[in-house]
Design a protein around this ligand. Structure first.
Ligand SMILES: *Cc1c(COP(=O)(O)O)cnc(C)c1O
Length: 493
């Protein structure tokens, strides 16, 4: 299967080349030229499998250069003891019509682990397949969770370096501590004096700097990305949509072949786009509900066809969704139209005027598969409290946005369709906001909040989070946005 850029649709590369490069040379994102189709027998087979087998079967359809044995070994190492439950990504049945797909049982307690535990292994295997001898240097801009998950995934992986930039005031205390205490001899973490979009734009600028690339080449390095723009991040995420569907079948909530909706707390549009690929492959998915927080640029886009990032930027208690430029949307626009020139035009307008508008026909096509919704920060918090009181289920602030958006939609439509809410983080990762949502008054900060949450709910904190308090801080540097390149240069000296 070939992969092409969303901005030209030509010069095909293989999957391993797409993974090695991260971003296409023209600034576009790599997408497969066709979407593999599966039938109901394939899905029936998955229902009898564990998570690793499900992942191998789904991933194998996209990564033809990888043998079955190779993928099995990679999946074994990626989704094993590093996850705190054998199901890897269990679906919690909330009620007859609602499942919660828990994607946070990995080493950093957020859903990014689902992709980032496996992606470094796919990347290093891809490097070998392409005879690459230079050291791959991963640059990451993170709104919190990606950074830590990428650091954990890449730490001490031979032939790799990783450098993470995060917005200085845009991540939670626990997230900051997770990154500041990162172990590993090939890692670096630097805060940026700006918001996530500033950090992401800064990283993109470094990637497109040809002179800098030549300079690094001379030193034996080349840059690549672990952001969700890398196909190696997106592909593993497709598997958990199949897995959740099978869980719902196995739990008796639906019959094989029934349609379900997915409601996804969305930031960069990577998670929900993986769901769209699953749907297009033949998984019986009705609608994909794109849930946003106060930064509701996607809700407006799905409502009007106008993508406009010229708007206030809010820091919310779901920081991983505090995003105004949802990079992976570009993939959807290309896949729906096959028109690279048009997509390039949109992206040029987005970086020039901060705004573009799609045609009525394209909007119609988006709306036939996606529903947009958003909820205010206070309403997401109220949802956490309500679910805990009424159903004894504790969720984090991001998942709560999706849960609330789903509840509002069901109320508005007056019907209830079987739906899986995609749960993206452990509530312990966002202890302050979750405690507040439960009505607790606390003067604690940072990791001590986790003890309070345990005292209040009787639930244990995930082990890697519980052990944070005792770890030494290794990284406490910050830079202004224009100095990011210099920081990279020093790290790759
Ligand atoms: C990254 C993240 C999201 C958003 O996912 P996207 O793929 O960027 O849309 C939502 N919740 C949490 C906890 C995350 O870490």
């Amino acid at each position: 299967m070939d992969y092409v850029s969303t901005r030209e649709g030509r010069s095909a590369v293989t999957a391993s080349q797409a993974i090695v490069r991260g971003l296409a040379p023209d600034g576009g994102l790599f997408v497969p030229t066709e979407i593999p189709a599966v039938d109901m027998e394939f899905i029936r087979g998955l229902c009898a499998d564990g998570y690793r087998e499900r992942a191998v079967k789904v991933l194998g359809l996209y990564l033809e250069e990888f043998s079955r044995e190779e993928l099995e070994a990679i999946a074994q190492a990626s989704y094993g003891d590093n996850f705190d439950c054998p199901a890897v990504a269990p679906t919690h049945v909330l009620d007859a019509d609602t499942g919660v797909l828990e994607l946070w049982h990995g080493p950093t307690s957020a859903f990014k682990d689902m992709a980032l535990q496996i992606m470094p292994r796919l990347l290093t295997a891809s490097l070998r397949k392409n005879g690459e001898e230079r050291t791959v240097s991963i640059l990451v801009a993170t709104s919190g969770d990606t950074g830590k998950a990428a650091l954990e995934g890449f730490k001490d992986v031979p032939g790799t370096r990783i450098m993470v930039f995060y917005p200085r005031d845009g991540v939670s205390q626990v997230q900051k501590l997770q990154m500041a205490t990162q172990e590993g001899g090939n890692v670096n973490v630097v805060a940026v004096d700006g918001n996530f979009d500033d950090a992401q734009t800064g990283v993109k600028r470094i990637f497109s700097d040809k002179e800098f690339a030549e300079e690094l080449d001379g030193r034996g390095f080349f840059l690549s990305s672990a952001n969700s723009i890398n196909w190696g991040r997106l592909a593993p995420q497709i598997a958990y949509y199949f897995s959740a569907y099978c869980d719902m079948v196995n739990a008796g909530n639906i019959a094989l072949g029934d349609e379900i909706d997915f409601c996804v707390p969305t930031g960069n549009f990577g998670d929900i786009l993986a769901g769209w690929y699953a749907k297009r492959m033949g998984l019986p998915v009705g609608r994909l509900i794109c849930a946003s927080n106060d930064n509701n640029v996607l809700t407006d886009f799905i409502g009007t066809g106008v993508y406009d990032k010229n708007r206030p930027f809010y820091l919310t208690s779901s920081p991983s969704m505090d995003i105004l430029v949802s990079s992976n949307l570009e993939r959807l626009l290309y896949c729906l139209t096959g028109d690279g020139d048009m997509v390039r035009g949109f992206m040029e307008k987005l970086s020039g005027q901060g705004r573009y508008e799609v045609s009525p026909a394209l909007l119609e096509s988006i709306r036939s598969e996606f529903v947009g919704g958003w909820c205010a920060d206070a309403d997401a918090k109220a949802e956490i409290g309500r679910l805990w009181r009424e159903q004894g289920y504790l969720m984090d602030t991001h998942t709560a946005v999706a849960s609330r958006v789903l509840r509002d939609l069901r109320e508005k439509e007056g019907t209830v369709r079987p739906t899986v809410v995609v749960s993206t983080a452990s509530p312990f990762k966002f202890g302050a906001a979750v405690l507040e949502a439960l009505g607790a008054v606390t003067s604690e900060t940072g990791p001590a909040l986790m003890d309070e949450l345990t005292a209040l709910t009787g639930l244990p904190a995930p082990k890697p989070l519980a052990s944070l308090a005792g770890k030494p801080v290794r990284f406490d540097k910050w830079v202004p946005v224009p100095d990011m390149k210099q920081a990279v240069s020093e790290f790759l000296a």
